[in-house]
Design a protein around this ligand. Sequence first.
Ligand SMILES: Nc1ncnc2c1ncn2[C@@H]1O[C@H](COP(=O)(O)OP(=O)(O)OP(=O)(O)O)[C@@H](O)[C@H]1O
Length: 682
Amino acid sequence: MSKTFFRPKVSSTKVTNWVDPSFDGFSETTSISAITATSLSVNNSSLRRKKVPSTLESSRFPASKGGNLSSSKQICGLENSKEYLSENEPWVDKYKPETQHELAVHKKKIEEVETWLKAEVLERQPKQGGSILLITGPPGCGKTTTIKILAKEHGIQVQEWINPVLPEFQKDDFKEILNPESSFHIFPYQSQIAVFKEFLLRATKYNQLQMLGDDLRTDKKIILVEDLPNQFYRDSHTLHEVLRKYVQIGRCPLIFIISDSLSGDNSQRLLFPKEIQEECAISNISFNPVAPTIMMKFLNRIVTVEANKNGGKIVPDKTSLEFLCQGCSGDIRSAINSLQFSSSTGKNNLRPRKKGMSSLKSDVVLSKSKRRQKTDRIFENQEVQAIGGKDVSLFLFRALGKILYCKRTPVTEVDSPRLPSHLSEYDRDTLLVQPEEVVEMSHMPGELFNLYLHQNYVDFFTEVDDLVRASEFLSFADILSGDWNTRSSLREYSTSIATRGVIHSNKSRGFAHCQGGGSSFRPLHKPQWFLINKKYRENCLAAKALFSDFCLPALCLQTQLLPYLTLLTIPMRNQAQISFIQDIGRLPLKRHFGRLKMEALTDRENGMIEVDSGDEAQLTGGQSAEEALGEPIQSAEPETWSLPLSQNSGNELPASQPQPFSAQGDVEEEDMIIEDYESDGT
Ligand SMILES: Nc1ncnc2c1ncn2[C@@H]1O[C@H](COP(=O)(O)OP(=O)(O)OP(=O)(O)O)[C@@H](O)[C@H]1O
């Protein structure tokens, strides 16, 4: 691709071409140079993309005052540039779908979106408020394309928000603003959020400008927001306010498209938490990555067309395409780009190479017998795509499933000899996955992954002896990551021991042939460790603050002194002490005490650590130095302490944490009475 291709596409001449020229005679000479970047935010980006040729044309051949010669040159240049473009046009644009049948998206998803559009746009009641749809899914799975195509098919206008590039504030601007003689007293800058709000207001009130190729016979329209102002990521409450207001005053449906991220920043949860979704009745449609079979179909189509066109030019073979489909994580945009790139280099270099191997060697490996190829596929995760291979990522839900269901493939004597008979109890079929890679692909710290494993492994065992062995492995893993001195170097071993330990202990899943019966779906849950650890830390601080007179470390207070005081029914000084001692100073034998409602882990969630809760510090060994040494911390006055979590109503827990069943209720039922008495001031 030449440099011209990447030239900035926003030019004044180009802007004039977006709009249907009302005065044809003036169109060549008139240039709207005053159109600001802000006004670019209200337009149709697909049209903008379509107009790339005109950008190039106009930048190469500036409009002259209409001589014949120059205009014929212009036409000639136009054709050249068209040819140039069709050759170099990105294939994602060249082969972009035009109808819903050409979409590489599952039919059900298309139907879901279509049903929503019908209900909220086409059959919309006049006084219906602003309805909101949130579309989520991995990048490049066709979310935007689906909306645009369906909108086109149903004659719905799409008014799209694009983050404006606001002009920079210059030093001299202050002088202008502060100058009393200046007629321009209004502060000329607006925050992105203000511009966004204004856009929403205008877009919902007025029809859009007619662009070239637009059919404005319809007054049905949607507002599409894919690119939210950055400020909302820092302050999501502002967005929530905007949403609340929009639901009341909006006159047309508003669609947000948010791409899933596997790197841990969960924008969807931050920007559209469940409470807001419920409050504003936001519908949510979640797209899946493009399935390899569907992807393969579309890539094949492109390859066939390109091969016919270029007759003889090297095109990737079937195996290379399969690798490409595997390596692009369901991102059709990335797959098509990789295909184009590999074809343009003239080499068939889509094939993967093994980590640490030359691609030559990997080709040799791949060309071996069919059986060998099958085994290679088993370890597909170890391979790296030569071109365009994305980081293969797994959602936590799937990563845990891979460990807990631990699929295997039968091993024959030829592949690997069986263990001798005295070791036969350790004999297993070959695993389909490498546990360490699964953890790596989940983009989670090993310790956090271990926590999720610990929470969920029990349901996958059928023999209690196996369970005992698995829990021993988890304990070993815990010890390895427990000591801050050696943690960093032993972290990876800890994950290996936990994952492989759980897998190996489970004899009922040790062979490919005996996995069928136990592989029915089991829900997965989030670890309760965070809640329990949080409660423990709060209890430590509260104990130290409430019973500072005893000058004992928190552990000693909670495990020795307070249970002792409870038994003695010693009179306490104040209500806080009484409540605290009631809560932690005894182990009630009530049936449901302390059982926590478990929160299900959904298939699109990342393992999140509550940043402000200090869980991260705790997870990484986070006892403070004072706590570790058993020094009492006099960090707060008893009065300023709120009661520990177990004594609060469960409502104050973050939504992502399990909620305790009414522990308080149990406390109230308890027949123990601790007397209160007036302090004599000591
Ligand atoms: N059959 C197809 N189905 C869907 N998209 C296709 C197809 N063929 C080519 N494409 C191209 O793939 C790209 C898909 O990108 P799209 O913007 O729709 O994805 P997205 O899910 O919205 O991702 P992102 O959130 O990263 O923008 C588009 O450029 C589209 O033209």
